[in-house]
Design a protein around this ligand. Structure first.
Ligand code: SAM
Length: 254
């Protein structure tokens, strides 16, 4: 029997095996290089939607004090096992409250596209702003509307990977773009070696650079840079994924 699961639950045990080729180290270096060029050296970072900690690990290795936050308990359990020294917290992008403030808040691997309305995006940006130290930076990578449509329309990825417990897992993800609702959807199917089957549905909304700039300004950010990875080039209408860097008020610190 196939069980329907909440997003990022069954996925947790195979996420790392599927994401083995992702350039997490390159992304962190891209972020820290940008901040260095701004004369800014963060001492601590909050990695939002940290998942299994893959986007978190390079910041730990760079010597920053790191906190990770994610909605999924299953993803966090994997993260905590891999990075026992990190403080991982369960929480929502739209409603998190921590006692600490951070020089840098990151949200990587198009996690912010899980926010499907401007209202949720503004709620998230408001909480980000409230958790940044003076002069602190927010960074995120975001699928654009055309990126989401092109990348997700009709595509299928599948394979067999070892899960955390050593079982082979067959995964089959089918992508669909709903033009009317402007939402990208993934039906993520998993069949475990013992015959059990799971389906998770993931939904994302694309955001265009102008739209992101407007939302960031509305939330009170400034010094907004929206660019491409890895060369910081200005995006054009065909850019599938952009990176945003945005700052809150305060003096620059070295
Ligand atoms: C594609 S994964 C990225 C994980 C990690 N940042 C990485 O780079 O591997 C997206 C993550 O966003 C988390 N997420 C989705 N919606 C969320 C929300 N509203 N609040 C907090 N986390 C959320 C999921 O649980 C999942 O771990």
């Amino acid at each position: 029997m196939t069980t329907h699961q909440a997003p990022f639950t069954a996925l947790a045990s195979v996420y790392d095996a599927i994401m083995g080729e992702i350039e997490y180290d390159g992304w962190a270096e891209f972020v820290l290089t940008f901040l260095r060029s701004e004369g800014f050296t963060p001492a601590n970072v909050l990695d939002l939607a940290c998942g299994t900690g893959n986007s978190t690990r390079p910041f730990v290795e760079a010597g920053l004090q790191v906190t990770g936050l994610d909605l999924s308990r299953d993803m966090l359990l994997v993260a905590q096992k891999k990075l026992p020294e990190v403080n991982f917290v369960q929480g929502s992008l739209t409603d998190f409250r921590l006692s600490e403030r951070f020089d840098l808040i990151s949200c990587m691997f198009d996690s912010i596209n899980n926010l499907l309305t401007h209202e949720d995006m503004l709620a998230c940006l408001g909480h980000v702003k409230d958790h940044l130290t003076e002069g602190g930076w927010f960074v995120a990578d975001v699928n654009t509307r055309s990126g989401l449509r092109d990348l997700w329309e009709g595509g299928v990825i599948e394979g067999v990977v070892p899960a955390e417990d050593g079982q082979d897992v067959h995964y089959h993800w089918s992508h669909h773009y709903d033009e009317d609702r402007e939402l990208g959807m993934i039906q993520a199917f998993f069949r475990m070696e013992d015959g059990s089957e799971f389906i998770e549905q993931h939904t994302e909304r694309g955001y265009d650079p102008q739209e992101l700039g407007d939302l960031l300004q509305k939330a009170g950010f400034h010094d907004i840079t929206i660019c491409e990875y890895p060369d910081y080039a200005e995006p054009d209408e065909d850019t599938p994924r952009v990176w945003i860097f945005a700052k809150v008020k305060g003096a620059k610190r070295g």
